[in-house]
Design a protein. Structure first.
Length: 483
């Protein structure tokens, strides 16, 4: 018991040491004026007329008396900035100025608010959130069909990403669609995914903040890890740093996988006791204003990479650098992946885990035994953010060309599971993934998470107390708004 208490004190001190003093104020956290209005204006421009409907993320019950934590739907927030559940946003492209942007919201209810918190209400929807018109959510069934009668085009995202449509909404839309042959229900995601794919400078600021907080958590965790700790202690330390720096939540479940778990790509149980001789993969991301980072580091639990771990680590690091080196406007994520695959494959041949030439192994896909995932995914409000990876139809279909402002992960890995056939056991249970968050710039790329230690020497120094993070222990006190 005493040992655990001593360790927790040490962990918290390390977390504090990784936590720069700059306190966040709510004003700093809030998006700049015009942020959401600009998104709506760009959405309206792309609509070619008609009406768009966006339901908010509802509260999802966990049982009779408890709920899963609420986080606003990303499209809904991107267009409105409104964080409450029980709302529907309507954008009417053809309506007169001053009647285009409508919010249906939960009305004020002092009795309910005592239990579940303040609501903006109908007046707040107009005054604080800039709605041209606002109605109580219960009026939706009466008001929306009238507007629908005036249009032949409705934009609505009915994908499985949004299984939480406001009750009654899909029935209203289905009835409208069936009642007229010329009526078309278009997928709103066609527009929002295109808009969200290219980040504005203000969005990049949010991502930079999420990356900075996530980097501090990595430094604290790397400095604290030692044999005998449980994976969940590392998870707790990471998420402590997130919260104390004002991040409202994780962007996805934290992955802390050691030993055999390092070779499981989306391992989230985080309940194993780490041992000397293990590596541990930490794939984590803090949110800031709903934008999430996604950064992975892999470190040796006892502070020094074994020769086999180091050999694999250096291959993955070289592959990651080669992948990032391929990023520029006009290149594609397929180019980034190809470079990473070539370097991983060459490295695996070099250490004897593959035989033959790089070309043969790439052509046959043999490298996938050890590197079985893609190198990149879009990143933004969602960890696997919206946006197609290919454009065009049929024979003209091709990988999407990168443009300045696009943000994605570059995360090659090598995973050698225990018992992998034909592989010397000295390589077993080594899983290495290195992931950074990259934005395309006018002439190349910026690695947003470059400052998070990833060289072998940096990691070993940090683990041995030689490169301890900035000694500024004051935690931030004012968080980013959570709702
Ligand atoms: N970093 C977790 C994921 O990409 O799914």
């Amino acid at each position: 018991m005493r040992r655990l208490a001593v360790r927790m004190v040490t962990l918290l001190a390390l977390a504090a040491a990784a936590t720069p003093a700059a306190a966040q104020s709510l004003e700093e956290a809030a998006p700049p004026a015009g942020f959401f209005a600009e998104h709506r204006a760009r959405f309206v421009e792309a609509m070619e007329g008609g009406l768009a409907v966006f339901p908010a993320q509802p509260v999802i019950p966990r049982n009779d008396d408890a709920e899963y934590p609420h986080r606003q739907d990303s499209d809904f927030w991107y267009l409105t900035g409104f964080r409450e559940p029980g709302a529907v946003a309507v954008i009417r492209a053809d309506a007169p100025e001053g009647e285009r942007y409508v919010l249906f919201v939960r009305p004020r209810d002092p009795e309910q608010e005592v239990w579940t918190g303040l609501r903006a209400g109908v007046a707040g929807a107009r005054e604080e959130f800039g709605a041209d018109l606002a109605w109580p959510i219960d009026s939706l069934e009466a008001v929306l069909p009238r507007w629908l009668e005036e249009t032949d085009r409705v934009w609505y995202d009915a994908s499985e990403d949004h299984p939480w449509a406001h009750p009654g909404l899909e029935a209203i839309l289905a009835e409208w669609e069936e009642a007229g042959v010329a009526r078309e229900l278009r997928d709103a995601d066609e527009i929002t995914s295109g808009l969200r794919l290219v980040k504005s400078p203000a969005e990049l600021d949010h991502l930079r903040k999420a990356v900075e907080i996530t980097g501090d958590a990595h430094r604290a965790a790397i400095a604290a890890i030692e044999p005998g700790m449980y994976e969940y202690e590392v998870e707790a330390l990471i998420e402590y740093v997130f919260r104390v720096r004002g991040s409202p939540r994780v962007g996805f479940e934290s992955i802390v996988g050691s030993g055999p778990n390092a070779t499981i790509l989306h391992y989230v149980e985080n309940d194993r006791r780490m041992e000397a001789g293990d590596v541990v993969v930490m794939d984590i991301g803090a949110e800031w204003n709903l934008y999430t980072a996604d950064i992975t580091r892999t470190v040796p639990v006892d502070g020094v990479f074994s020769p086999e771990q180091e050999a694999i680590y250096r291959i993955v690091l070289d592959a990651q650098k080669a992948g990032i080196g391929a990023v520029r406007p006009g290149a594609t994520l397929a180019d980034v992946h190809r470079r990473a695959v070539e370097v991983v494959t060459g490295g695996l041949i070099g250490i004897g885990l593959l035989s033959g030439t790089v070309e043969e192994n790439v052509a046959s896909g043999a490298y996938r035994r050890f590197f079985m995932h893609g190198t990149s995914h879009w990143l933004g409000l969602d960890v696997h953010d919206v946006g197609g990876y290919a454009v065009g139809e049929g024979e003209a279909r091709r990988p999407r060309a990168l443009e300045p402002g696009m943000v994605f992960s570059v995360e090659p890995g090598i995973y050698v599971a225990e018992g992998t056939e034909g592989v010397d056991p000295k390589w077993w249970n080594i899983g290495v993934r290195i992931e950074d968050d990259v934005v395309v710039t006018e002439h190349g790329a910026e690695n947003l998470s470059e400052a998070v230690p990833r060289e072998v020497e940096e990691i070993e120094a940090l683990m041995q107390g030689l490169g301890v993070p900035d000694p500024v222990p004051e935690p931030a006190v004012e968080p980013a708004p959570a709702r």
